[in-house]
Design a protein around this ligand. Structure first.
Ligand SMILES: [Ca+2]
Ligand SMILES: [Ca+2]
Ligand SMILES: [Ca+2]
Length: 329
């Protein structure tokens, strides 16, 4: 997490933070997200999705959108693209508080068969310290999402919550909730407890057939994709970052066993980078210990400033006042 006096800097500059609209957590991009915070830089090494029902093969991460709104207390995130229904995973590591892991600890074991341990040894860019791990996957039925508080977990006592889609199960458009109350995870370790105090809504729309392909990565096409994986989480459940803080997020698409990463990472890998595999160069090693994002140029994460938006009602009043003034002339 980065701490900056962003709001005061904006105030000094005489700028206002734009008003933000509503989010519908359904896997489709809302206008309220604004521009992409990261755009894919590589053709997908895990296959291009070409089935408009969303039930076919292929996976990619086209672009990342996120808003952290201090007034509503919510972080909204949308990763556009596709997640293949073969239990391949999209993993989202959130750096939203001081401390955390720059190199992931393999002793934290959750997910089916404790395969999160395969992340052990994976390194992030300098300045990125992961605190929370949210991941989603499906195998043709319900889309499922877990979130684990890695910062508060210790080996054998991992804290996490789990949710499966309840709407659209088995289709390419699904939504559901990670339940806070009584939502004990099905996939964390044997000694796990929960940590969420509020539900996490998620939406998944796998119908994209555009964006990057398996041969090209056109940023205009990537930024034009409207659908993918979306979630909304309370800032209070990710360490209560405040105004001026900057949440950092790393998103990556990999296989179901967490031991073979694709080249679909946001922020993007240098153009021309192939699948990372487990050794960072496409080789299978049985784990991800050989993947070190610090070795790849650029930041393989994106930044989400925590903002207080200008209240929409005040913005409307301002416009209304202007309209009245014009009518009097
Ligand atoms: Ca951190
Ligand atoms: Ca595509
Ligand atoms: Ca890097």
């Amino acid at each position: 997490m980065q701490t900056k006096c962003l709001l005061s800097a904006l105030a000094v500059a005489g700028l206002s933070v734009p008003a933000l609209g509503q989010f519908v957590v359904d896997g489709t991009r809302d206008a309220a997200y604004g521009a992409a915070l990261a755009t894919q830089t590589n053709p997908t090494g895990f296959g291009d999705a070409t089935d408009p029902t969303g039930l076919g093969g292929g996976g990619e991460l086209d672009a990342a959108y996120a808003v952290a709104n201090f007034a509503t207390g919510k972080l909204n995130v949308l990763l556009t693209g596709n997640i293949e229904s073969n239990f391949n995973k999209v993993s989202v590591f959130i750096d939203s508080q001081v401390g955390g892991e720059n190199i992931l600890d393999g002793s934290l074991a959750y997910d089916f068969g404790d395969i999160s341990s395969n992340f052990g040894g994976l390194g992030f860019d300098a300045g990125f310290t992961a605190d929370y791990h949210l991941f989603g996957r499906w195998g043709g039925g319900a889309f499922e999402v877990d979130i684990v508080d890695r910062a508060a977990s210790t080996a054998g006592a991992e804290l996490g919550n789990f949710g499966a889609a309840t709407v659209g199960t088995g289709t390419g458009v699904q939504s559901g909730t990670i339940l806070a109350g009584g939502g004990a995870t099905a996939t964390t370790g044997a000694d796990a407890g929960t940590f969420l105090t509020q539900d996490v809504a998620f939406g998944f729309n796998n119908t994209n057939i555009l964006g990057v392909t398996d041969a090209t990565a056109d940023p205009i096409a990537a930024n034009a994709v409207l659908t993918g994986f979306e979630f909304e989480i309370d800032l209070a459940d990710i360490g209560s970052p405040g105004v001026g803080d900057v949440i950092q997020i790393h998103a990556v698409y990999g296989n179901g066993d967490n031991n073979y990463h694709s080249n679909q990472v946001l922020g993007g890998l240098p153009s021309g980078t192939g699948n990372l595999g487990g050794d960072g160069a496409g080789g299978f090693t049985g784990n991800l210990a050989g993947v070190n994002f610090a070795q790849f140029q650029g930041d393989q994460f994106f930044r989400v400033p925590v903002l207080v938006p200008e209240p929409a009602s005040l913005a409307l009043l301002g416009l209304g006042g202007l309209a009245m003034l014009r009518r009097r002339k």
